[in-house]
Design a protein. Structure first.
Length: 261
């Protein structure tokens, strides 16, 4: 009898973790059950706290964060106002749901150093290694090992990154969702800034993201637990984003669905 295994590919949204620049670090204000009891007496005039179960009320949280905090799905609008060579770029509430529930493909680039470029040749070689041909709407997951440094300042500099050609190689084959376990699909921003300073070539800036101007696509950032999938192909990925009107991204809790004998 087949067994279905679900692998959580997300990180938790936590307050104060140094895994983002200071401006983007989430803040969570917790309302505990005792505070909730006080709030409930305001909603129900005449209610005494001792009338509540053990004097306790509801719990809730107030969050201050960006749409790019935690594991999230970037919409084409994040990269540019247009996609597909001139069409209006899709915002996260406009992303087709059939982009977000498809066969998964895991490409392992953990052998590459932090800040390295993942080239088109690298992608082709990895596909040859796992003996797989990309088909339209495959969800391609890029494993760099960066998630091992999640929750530490080192995470900001961890992982290799895709470039324009390697991203277009996938999207030209009909891929519309890519994911990575690093903070960005592109190489580390500080490395891109250094390269731009040295060469003066603007093509190095955000090249994987900007490839979405030519072919619209989404990508997930800050994935985790890719090793737990346990295979390169033969699994399904579900990554529906939270629907935020007109937004450049939405939080998601992606899951790998693995059917085993």
């Amino acid at each position: 009898m087949a067994h279905r295994r679900l692998v959580d590919l997300s990180v938790s949204i936590e307050a104060g973790l140094p895994s983002d620049p200071p401006l983007m670090i989430p803040r969570i204000d917790y309302v505990d059950h005792a505070q909730g009891a006080d709030q409930m007496t305001e909603f129900f005039p005449g209610l005494r706290k001792d009338q509540l179960p053990e004097g306790m009320g509801w719990a809730m949280e107030f969050l201050t964060l960006t749409t790019h905090s935690g594991t999230h799905l970037d919409a084409p609008f994040h990269y540019h106002p247009t996609m597909d060579k001139g069409k209006k770029a899709l915002t996260i509430d406009e992303v087709p749901l059939d982009w977000c529930f498809n066969d998964g493909v895991l490409l392992d680039f953990r052998h590459k150093a932090d800040g390295d470029r993942i080239t088109e040749t690298d992608v082709k070689n990895e596909l040859n290694r796992i003996d797989y041909q990309i088909k339209p709407l495959d969800i391609v997951l890029i494993q760099t090992g960066a998630d091992q440094k999640w929750g530490t300042p080192e995470y900001l500099l961890a992982g290799a990154g895709m470039d324009r050609d390697s991203t277009l190689y996938l999207t030209e084959k009909g891929v519309r969702v890519v994911g990575i376990d690093a903070r960005s699909l592109d190489r580390v921003l500080s490395d891109l800034a250094k390269e731009f300073k040295e060469t003066g070539d603007p093509k190095v800036i955000w090249e994987a993201h900007f490839s979405g101007i030519e072919i619209g696509y989404c990508h997930m950032e800050k994935l985790a637990n890719l090793s737990s999938i346990g295979r390169s192909t033969g699994f399904t990925v579900c990554c529906f984003p939270v629907k935020i009107k007109g937004a450049s991204a939405g939080w998601t809790r992606p899951v790998a669905i693995v059917d085993e004998d």
